[in-house]
Design a protein around this ligand. Structure first.
Ligand SMILES: [Zn+2]
Length: 500
């Protein structure tokens, strides 16, 4: 559940109380929910009027035809007296039921499914919404593209911010997190992989299909819920503290990338253990990673408990940087999620800085050396300087300012407050915002509180000003720094990460 909704609910409660005191009716006539949650960048993403607690997604998928049929059951609570509500979805819907009665439904705009329950739903009441649907996801276009990827042997539902629309109806915004059960029947011998753990092993159904089940018990954003279908080789293990590790490698990987991919992704548990020392306990119930077929996914994504990687990351050999990056997101992005998309540097700046810390730990270049190198080598008119990380706009949502300047901001903070306070800030941030939704203002306030310093000038220059900030060090005197050893891998990694 997002903070935004909690605040709205409190406000609504206060207003209702005020109305009662004034002698007017306690509630107005039921009204339609809105087609968006109020995100500045994506006004029609997510919906208002209700709050989802659980998705039960039950699918059948045939790789040969890209035919997906499904039933998604949504448990939600109305956050107003509701006459109508929207879901975000692209596939063809055959029926919708709300609280056990058939509901009317229609399409609006590109991705809105407008549902009118047979009876209005009272503010605070529980809703069970059942949507039945079918379609060919690879033929659907939303936000100007098709996020669903058909692969030679299956499909990938991996994307940010858009992906849920192609495979399950939802309140598609990170501020409304929920738990998930995902179950998919695929032809016998095909793997179907999602987030969390398997509450039961794959079960054979009739007619040559096997059903795979996955469960996520911690709050999870809709875009972080993934589905991977195809021919995969799986490795499983259990960590020292009892967590399941489930990794999968496409059988289409060339033998040479396959080894490099395994030499990277098999180190996931070691990497999360190292991070637990820096950021606090790993927030979820399982770990792992999936390496997708060559020529399909062009990036990596921090899907909750189980990031998905393009095989391109491993083409030049092992790459632990990208494993560090995606798993740092388990703390920063997945557990602590953005309240609105404009706060994306809270995800990407932090995950990028984790790569610098990994470089420092491995003696392949300190964070200061990487900072110096970037500061000296990005041209003055580069996007990194002309974009403010804390308000990058949609065109630069995954740009250099968000990743590299975001990490540089954290490094400047570390220099200003010292290592003890810096890591205390990161740990307190991860703990106090665990499973929630956060804003840049909340982070800067926490940094000032823990350090006891006024950091307004630092954050203003680094996060909010679209020009190159001044720093104390005199680079001119030292000449252009040499690239740290880790930089080739980190920059190649970021090149691919920017593609989504
Ligand atoms: Zn990232």
């Amino acid at each position: 559940m997002g903070r935004k909704f909690t605040v709205r609910r409190l406000l609504t409660a206060a207003l209702t109380t005020a109305l009662v005191l004034a002698g007017t009716p306690a509630s107005a006539a039921p009204a339609p929910g809105g087609p968006g949650v109020g995100d500045d960048y994506y006004p029609d993403y997510g919906n208002s009027g209700y709050d989802v607690s659980h998705y039960d997604i039950r699918l059948r998928y045939t790789p040969a035809t890209d035919r997906l049929t499904g039933t998604t059951t949504i448990l939600a609570t109305a956050t107003q007296d509701l006459s109508r509500l929207n879901l975000d979805f692209l596939l063809d819907v055959s029926s919708v039921r709300v609280n056990n009665r058939p509901a009317a439904f229609t399409r609006q705009g590109e991705h809105e499914l407008v549902v009118t329950p047979a009876r209005p739903v009272a503010h605070g009441a529980a809703m069970t919404i059942v949507v039945q649907y079918a379609g060919t996801p690879s033929t659907e276009v939303g936000a100007g593209y098709t996020a669903w990827i058909k692969t030679p042997d299956g499909a990938l539902a991996i994307g940010e911010p858009e992906i849920a629309w192609w495979w399950y109806p939802s309140n598609d915004h990170p501020s409304d997190k929920a738990t998930f059960d995902v179950s998919v029947a695929v032809p016998d011998g095909v793997e179907a992989i999602s987030n969390g753990f398997q509450p039961r092993p794959p079960v054979r159904e009739t007619l040559g299909y096997t059903r795979w089940s996955w469960r996520s018990l911690k709050p999870q954003a809709t875009y972080l819920t993934s589905l991977v279908i195809g021919q995969y080789d799986v490795t499983t293990d259990t960590t020292e503290n009892g967590q399941t590790v489930y990794n999968a490698y496409s059988q289409l990987l060339e033998p040479d990338f396959r080894d490099a991919a395994q030499a990277s992704v098999e180190r996931t548990a070691e990497i999360t253990e190292w991070k637990s020392e820096l950021f606090g306990p790993y927030p979820f119930e399982a770990q792992g990673g999936v390496v997708t077929p060559p020529g399909t996914l062009g990036f990596a994504l921090e899907n909750q408990t189980r990031p998905n990687y393009s095989s391109a990351f491993f083409r030049r050999g092992s790459n632990t940087s990208v494993v560090v990056h995606e798993n740092a997101h388990q703390w920063f992005g997945d557990s602590v999620s953005v309240d609105e998309w404009k706060h994306i540097w809270l995800n990407e700046g932090f995950a990028s800085y984790a790569e610098w810390l990994w470089s420092e730990k491995n003696e392949e270049g300190t964070a200061q050396e990487i900072f110096d190198y970037l500061y000296a080598t990005y041209p003055d008119d580069a996007d990194i300087w002309t974009t403010a990380p804390a308000d990058p706009g949609t065109a630069q949502l995954f740009g250099d300012a968000v990743y590299d300047r975001g990490a540089m901001t954290l490094h400047q903070l570390r220099v200003a407050v010292g290592d003890d306070d810096f890591f205390e800030i990161l740990r307190t941030w991860a703990a106090s915002q665990k499973y929630g939704n956060a804003t840049t203002a909340e982070f800067t306030a926490l940094a000032e509180k823990i350090s006891g310093q006024d950091l307004d000038a630092l954050f203003e220059a680094w996060l909010f000003t679209p020009s190159k900030p001044a720093v104390a060090q005199a680079f001119a005197a030292r000449g252009v720094p040499v690239a740290p050893k880790s930089w080739a891998t980190i920059s190649a990694t970021h090149e691919l990460l920017h593609r989504h």
